[in-house]
Write a protein of this length. Sequence first.
Length: 289
Amino acid sequence: MARLKRLWPALKPTLHFWTETEVHVYSFSFAANVLLSFFPFLIVMTSIIRFALHWFSVEKGIYIGLQDYFAGETGAFLVRNLQMAVYTNGKALSWVSMLLLLFTANGIFMPLEVALNRIWGIKKNRSFLKNQLISQGLILGCGFLWLATSVAAVPVIKIGWLSAIVYKIASLPITIGIVFLTYWLLPNGKVPPLLAFVASIFVGLAIEAMKLLNMLIWPWLFAKMTHEYGPFGHSVTILLWSFIFSMLVLGGAEWSARKADELGLDAESISHPPSTSNSFKLDADGTRT
């Protein structure tokens, strides 16, 4: 209880931040783009791994990773449809088709950049073209890190339960790395890398905790989603967990921006001149500035 009381002053502003309407708007936008963008990215990456590189064990690692992020029937549903898409059309994909699919896949970073800029008080967003360029770089970087997790499970890929455990252990540092790259490179300004890294550690741990929670509750959750949303149950499940992951990422960004403000660091002052946009950064007491 005493430890919780010491943590409360640091947690209270973030909890208040999560009640902000704009935070929910950005998180739902991110989740919707995951629904639209994530599967095309998987098709491209898995097709390249299977038909160009012939890394069949790594391909199996990707399927394990999908079921790690989306437990139960939703993960199995994604794996079945990804295999169908890759085996049926993957070999016939042209480079133009792959580039178009990658262009579709980077949509998740547009609302995320705007949200991170607002959190850090950066008044000017990148142009659409510049956002697409940095998004493509992050797609490749994050994809490479996620692929590294799949590679880690390759030595024990034939032992289903052991490969899942190995993937789970390897996924934590990879998740931290992906969150750090997003915090460090996506805002349109210079973000203190140490604060971004510390926030990435906490967010990575929180994401892994949510994945474990999903493994525990997925039978109840899937039954509820199927009963209430029928054929859209899987889509709503993906939206829900993507929204939760986005809230965690934005919460970590809020914490790092607040700590930077306490230390007198200002990303806006070393990036771009102000415009008429407003910031929704929060003071330590949770009030809006």
